[in-house]
Write a protein that binds this ligand. Structure first.
Ligand code: ADP
Ligand code: 3PG
Ligand code: MG
Length: 404
């Protein structure tokens, strides 16, 4: 494990460079949840980015912020503009955050030219450009041309080899920000001293990305508790009827393979035994609790049931390290939030365990459950955290300069 750790811990950081009077391109992960009125629902990621931003402004850098929001797939989506995030950041900083409705082009160039030390500009959603996820070199070079230094503080996006995380680092001196440094240091500590039994709780909707991760965690995890939409792919694999629940038909074979591998590796996979089902995913929908053997054809699974919560609790109790990523149900709707909030509280009560939470929505759930400060570490990364935990080299880290 030590060679893997040194690749990440040996990177230059903000402490290694002088930023005064420099134009700093700061990649942040401000992929925050927005509600229907485009209000920021959880500010954890914004708050976590503040130490680096404040340091840069105080040290007279002019700051050009780049972030993505959601997955617009290379096209402008009005509801995914970064304006609400810029306004929230402005409140937190107590100084204006300039915002431009593009990320490259004449408008950006005009503002960048006039940006003074101690001023900050937020570019619009970088994923409005297909070149971002393609890591297109000319696009990366264009972005790089706006600054003198590149600082990557987007911990949650370090697993993406995109133009604004990896491509741009080829054209500028590139260092880690304080958040990236902190998360790396924290997880490095965990790797150096892993605590067993290690229990992982997975849920959420990003089934395809997380199923791959389960596979690679197989060697380190003792117990794997699966809820959220993800559990329906597994239940389907086991021949259960899942009604109209969200699942991924093309991942059935993979789920089967994971169940087999778990047996071979002595990993205990724990699936729900009861499910909260609803006629539709709304607050007024008809709702019921059913066994996983009796999910009605016309109903949707929206949360884990009370028996499952008790079983998950018994598995969590006594673990020495617990990692949770992905809500147990559609917790954004209060009537379907019980499973998710219960898991947050059960974890928080494990005083003798290292408790780690990662993932935008899971972190938000710890906030709603008012247990965030009771966790050992609340990570700003979802997929990035999982990949880091499994020992993959994150391209966003690799792209940064090594310490001399
Ligand atoms: P995180 O951000 O914590 O990593 P994800 O992004 O993977 O989590 O997934 C979060 C989303 O998963 C939430 O918006 C939640 O509504 C959704 N979700 C959880 N369970 C279900 C379910 N049974 N059906 C549909 N969506 C679900
Ligand atoms: C996250 O929310 O985990 C990060 O912002 C990365 O988002 P992505 O999974 O859409 O790349
Ligand atoms: Mg998420």
């Amino acid at each position: 494990m030590s060679s893997f750790l040194s690749y990440a811990t040996n990177k230059k950081t903000l402490d290694d460079i002088n930023v005064s009077k420099k134009r700093v391109i700061l990649r942040v992960d401000l992929n925050v949840p927005l509600d229907h009125n485009l209000e920021v629902m959880d500010t954890t990621k914004i708050d976590s980015s503040l130490p680096t931003i404040k340091y840069l402004l105080k040290n007279k850098a002019s700051v050009i912020l780049i972030s993505h929001l959601g997955r617009p797939k290379g096209k402008v989506e009005e509801r995914l503009r970064l304006l609400p995030v810029a306004r929230k950041l402005e409140d937190k900083l107590g100084q204006p955050v300039l915002y431009v409705k593009s990320a490259v082009g004449p408008e950006v160039e005009r503002i960048v030219e006039t940006l003074r030390p101690g001023e900050i500009l937020m570019l619009d959603n970088i994923r409005f450009y297909s070149e971002e996820e393609e890591n297109e070199p000319e696009f990366a070079q264009k972005l790089a041309s706006y600054g003198d230094i590149f600082v990557n503080d987007a911990f949650g996006t370090l697993h993406r080899a995109h133009a604004s995380t990896v491509g741009i680092a080829r054209f500028l001196p590139a260092v880690a920000g304080f958040l990236v440094e902190k998360e790396i240091k924290y997880f490095a500590g965990i790797f150096e001293n892993p605590q067993k039994p290690f229990t992982v709780i997975l849920g959420g909707s990003k089934v395809s990305t997380k199923i791959g991760v389960i596979n690679s965690l197989m060697k380190t995890v003792d117990k794997l508790l699966i809820g959220g939409a993800m559990c329906f792919t597994f239940l389907k694999t086991l021949g259960k009827k899942i009604g109209k629940s969200m699942y991924e038909p093309d991942k059935i074979d993979l789920a089967y393979h994971i169940l087999e591998e778990a047996k071979k590796n002595n990993v205990e996979i724990v699936l729900p035994v009861d499910i909260v089902v609803a006629s539709e995913v709304t607050n007024n929908a008809e709702k019921d609790i059913v066994s996983v053997d009796n999910i009605p054809d016309n109903m949707i699974g929206v949360d884990i049931g009370p028996k499952t919560i008790e079983i998950f609790k018994s598995k969590i109790n006594g673990s020495k390290m617990i990692f949770w990523n992905g809500p147990m149900g559609v917790f954004e709707i209060p009537r379907f939030a019980n499973g998710t909030l219960s898991i947050a509280k059960i974890m928080a009560e494990e005083k003798n365990a290292i408790t780690i939470v990662g993932g935008g929505e899971s972190v938000m759930a710890t906030n709603i459950a008012e247990v965030q400060d009771k966790m050992t570490h609340v990570s700003t990364g979802g997929g990035a955290t999982l990949e880091f935990l499994e020992g993959k080299k994150l391209p966003g880290i690799t792209a940064l300069m090594d310490k001399d």
